[in-house]
Design a protein around this ligand. Sequence first.
Ligand SMILES: Cc1cc2nc3c(=O)[nH]c(=O)nc-3n(C[C@H](O)[C@H](O)[C@H](O)COP(=O)(O)OP(=O)(O)OC[C@H]3O[C@@H](n4cnc5c(N)ncnc54)[C@H](O)[C@@H]3O)c2cc1C
Length: 330
Amino acid sequence: MQHDRKTHSPRIAIIGAGMAGISCAHALQQRDFAVTLFDKSRGIGGRLATRRIEGGDSFDHGAQYITTRSADFSALIDRLRHDGAADEWQPRLGTDGAHHPWFVGTPGMSALLKPLAEKLDIRLSTTVSTLERSGNAWQLQTADGALFESFDVVISTAPPVQTRALFADDTLMQTSLDAVRMAPCWTLMITFAAPLAVDFDARRFDTGAISWLARQASRPEHGGSRHAWVVHAGAEWSAEHLELTPEQAAGAMQRELARAVGQALPDTIVAQAHRWRYAMTTQALGQPFLTNTDRSLFAGGDWCLGASVECAYRSGVAIAEAVSKRLRTD
Ligand SMILES: Cc1cc2nc3c(=O)[nH]c(=O)nc-3n(C[C@H](O)[C@H](O)[C@H](O)COP(=O)(O)OP(=O)(O)OC[C@H]3O[C@@H](n4cnc5c(N)ncnc54)[C@H](O)[C@@H]3O)c2cc1C
């Protein structure tokens, strides 16, 4: 394929506006490539998620905090802190143990990627349902026909099961995607009418149905009620109860929470459950991305390298580098 950039700029589509998709788009944009992002949600962030519930409380119900290991990712978080989109979270912990500093988005996790997304072309509420080869290009389509556009390169950062469905024609990529495993997580967003009698802001539980409990008001700039908490169920419990309705899950998780903290819970003002069907990678791909033989399709996300926001970032920038290399040498 010829890419005389004077007459034909390559068109690049990215499916997913979470950390992987946005860091990939941002890196490509810095190399002067035009990119269009599509996300099925109404906002950006993916699992970097914040939900506001009636009554004013907001809950960070997906990723809880970010740790930085590489110098590159650390520099990004420093920049986001400088832009007012991130800060360090120092909760009183219910369990001992040293850890890397924890960073969170401000005023919530979903705000974290906003500075990177500012100049990007992002189409929200757009679920890409089909990808069809048309000559050297790929046609992206939505089920309702509202989207029907052609791109030279398509990058999917959707979870492996969803990417697999989109890349239905590529059996080689499908085989690799089949090896990846992700565990679900039921999350409960709950506001009590009175304090929960515990002496911590965040606690991990190693046994039982509940795996994590975090007081929302302890997070920087979070505000809202002092009695709002996010509760995560463990992977095993979440898998066993995956098909409960959110109402059933909210009830069951309150009973499990009472057991975990060893006390009857105060009256609740709000209790809403959210199911993350693909929450945490349990078996990673083991390389930063997948691509097809002519390198017109790429797949990436946290699931390539592990179960963290930093893994998603590393996958996104590795794809940007590979795409840029391919388009500049074509
Ligand atoms: C409950 C929970 C707790 C977690 N805790 C932590 C933590 O404390 N620390 C940590 O580092 N990580 C944590 N993680 C993991 C972290 O959130 C992820 O590693 C990271 O956010 C993944 O980013 P991503 O861009 O790869 O994927 P995502 O954020 O999942 O982005 C993928 C995007 O693709 C979109 N999409 C999917 N299919 C389509 C389609 N067909 N068309 C259009 N758009 C589509 C989705 O809407 C989504 O926005 C947690 C995750 C969960 C769920």
